[in-house]
Design a protein around this ligand. Structure first.
Ligand code: CIR
Length: 253
């Protein structure tokens, strides 16, 4: 059950962020409109949403998920693996210090992007990626284990982040794609495998009674409908152009 979300609309430098998508430059006004729609969708799921100021000095700062890991009881300030994003955490920290008493932080030489951390109840899967190194993962694992949670690392080959390729749909069901579909770490779960042609739709978020899915992925949408999920599709095309998906745009607790 989530009650709150933190988001940050794209700033004027948004189109200068990091991308490998090869889908062309996003349109800033369209991105802003899509972000407003995304916030409305979070509210439709029952969340109160804190909207932070856009940051012009950090083009990727709209992808707030990468700056922290949190539950309602604690938060960990991350340490993003992309040098250009390192400073984003200091802009998130005051908000976290206002809300959480139990706060941890990843320190050098550790790096960790929140997009690499998938919570499945109290089980945490931590992707080892170009952004999250073993030291960062080990620091988070220690923090989690002291709070009664389990931490498991998953090595990524091609995916940007762990949650680019796997999402928790609630209960014991995961939505997975590509290199994660046959991953040993997820063997104990029911898996809905996304068609490679719709790989982007593997990044979805279960929020209370709904699953937020990117718009434009009819096969995945149909399969989630058929499995009984209440799917809310949002158009995030401009964020896809910058390698971001529906999870990256919010921190939820
Ligand atoms: C980046 O490369 O860092 C951003 N352009 C996209 C971050 C996406 N975040 C996420 O998947 N959690």
């Amino acid at each position: 059950m989530f009650n709150h979300a933190i988001v940050r609309p794209p700033g004027t430098t948004f189109t200068q962020g990091i991308t490998t998508a090869g889908l062309g430059l996003p349109d800033l006004e369209t991105a802003r409109a899509q972000h407003r729609e995304y916030v409305s969708t979070l509210k439709a799921c029952g969340l109160s949403v804190s909207v932070l100021e856009p940051l012009t000095d950090f083009p990727d700062a709209t992808f707030v998920e990468d700056t922290a890991v949190m539950t309602r009881d604690w938060a960990v300030v991350s340490r993003p693996g992309a040098p250009a994003r390192l400073g984003e955490t200091e802009r998130m920290r005051p908000m976290l210090e206002n809300r959480f008493q139990d706060i941890g932080a990843i320190s050098s030489p550790g790096t960790l992007d929140g997009g690499d951390v998938l919570a499945v109840g109290t089980d945490y899967f931590i992707g080892l990626s170009d952004r999250t190194n073993a030291d960062g993962a080990a620091q988070l694992a220690r923090f989690l284990e002291r709070r009664g949670c389990r931490a498991v690392t998953v090595s990524l080959k091609r995916l940007l982040h762990l949650k680019t390729g796997v999402s928790w749909l609630g209960g014991d069901t995961l939505l997975v794609t590509g290199e994660l579909a046959g991953c040993e770490a997820f063997a104990g779960y029911k898996r809905i495998v996304v068609d490679p042609a719709e790989a982007y739709a593997a990044n979805a978020i279960r929020i209370n009674d709904h699953v937020i899915l990117p718009e434009g992925f009819p096969d995945t949408h149909r399969r989630l409908d058929a499995a009984g999920y209440s799917v809310l599709a949002v158009n995030v095309s401009e964020f896809q152009k910058m390698d971001g998906g529906v999870s990256c745009l919010s921190l939820r607790y």
